[in-house]
Design a protein around this ligand. Sequence first.
Ligand code: SF4
Length: 225
Amino acid sequence: MEGLEAAWGEMSADPEMAELDLGPKEREAFFADATALVRRYFEMENPDEVTAVGIELSLEASMGPVRLRGIIDRLDLDKDGELVVTDYKTGRSPAPSHEQARMDGVHFYAYLCEQMLGKAPARVRLLYLRDGVEITAEISPQSLKGLRQRTLAVWSAIERACATEDFRPRTSPLCNWCSFKAYCPAFGGSLPAADPIRAEPAEPGPFGPTLSWDQARWAMAPGGP
Ligand code: SF4
């Protein structure tokens, strides 16, 4: 807990923390929540038994025309010398029927490791600190091949949608947090008249089209494009 208190002290001076504009009670609740998550972590594993070879690793690699980026919370070496990706989650663990959908996304981590480190991890672990659940996916050449096929198919669908400007709404419980719900045709809304002056497309970056980890995870989820 000393580490948490030190981190809390550092965060308190962080401009992003100040932007949250938390009152005393909210700060107290924030710290209590962080404390509960850290305590749960220590119940889930003994860090003295972990051989971490990297934390907050920023990885980036190409897949066909797409550039993928991701940040891996922790990369470990297991007792057999295999790489293991560990990702911390602060939300609730998914119901068993949704577990596989969550694991679809984490195969990106394995792909990024393989491309940048020359070796795919043997496993990817998701540690759900809220309820102490661990979900593990074994990585295989077949799972990486499937990821590649699905990602390229999704990218083609995105390119088609951009070319035809055909973006159909797909409703889900997340609509309740959507800032565009008032304009969404699925909820009886309509788009304001288009501005006749269109912005010029931005200059392409040095790597061409880039799909961030969050965009890719969204795209791979059921109900994505
Ligand atoms: S635009 Fe927003 S409200 Fe409409 S379907 Fe998509 S997420 Fe839901």
